[in-house]
Design a binder for this molecule. Structure first.
Ligand SMILES: [Ca+2]
Ligand SMILES: [Ca+2]
Length: 137
């Protein structure tokens, strides 16, 4: 009777070990470390001004599910012409001045350390009229 109990106990222990091992392995398969892309966010201050304006661009609102903002890199295209005007940088703020009046679309791209990216655009207006409305009489 005692031997039978021992065998049952050992069998139970073995069965439990197999279950634990299987669960452990399965858990690893179900939760691979999957990197997700960052999210591009930036602000422009001001969004309207004359050609003397030094516009300030701030991408410190960017975020990533896995990594802190300090390791994310950003780059800028001041007129969204497809040519990046800055190199990748950890510095999230930039200044830029426009030499001619126009409405510009600014594009910013953010990249995490594994190379996943996101980008977004905002527009600003360079206008030397001072925002005055010209009224015709
Ligand atoms: Ca990421
Ligand atoms: Ca450009």
């Amino acid at each position: 009777m005692k031997t039978k109990s021992m065998i049952l106990l050992l069998a139970a222990l073995f069965f439990c070990s197999v279950l634990i091992l299987q669960y452990g392995c399965k858990k690893d398969e179900d939760e691979p470390e999957q990197n997700k892309p960052p999210t591009a966010v930036f602000t422009i201050d001001p969004t309207l001004g004359p050609t003397s304006t030094i516009f300030e661009f701030d991408a410190s609102g960017c975020f990533d599910p896995e990594e802190p903002i300090s390791v994310l890199k950003v780059r800028w295209d001041w007129e969204n012409n497809g040519n990046w005007d800055t190199d990748w940088s950890n510095d999230k703020t930039k200044n830029h001045q426009y030499s001619s009046e126009d409405t510009y679309t600014v594009k910013m791209e953010v990249k995490d350390t594994e190379g996943l990216t996101d980008n977004t655009t905002h527009s600003l207006t360079v206008d030397n009229s001072g925002g005055r409305v010209v009224v015709k009489e």
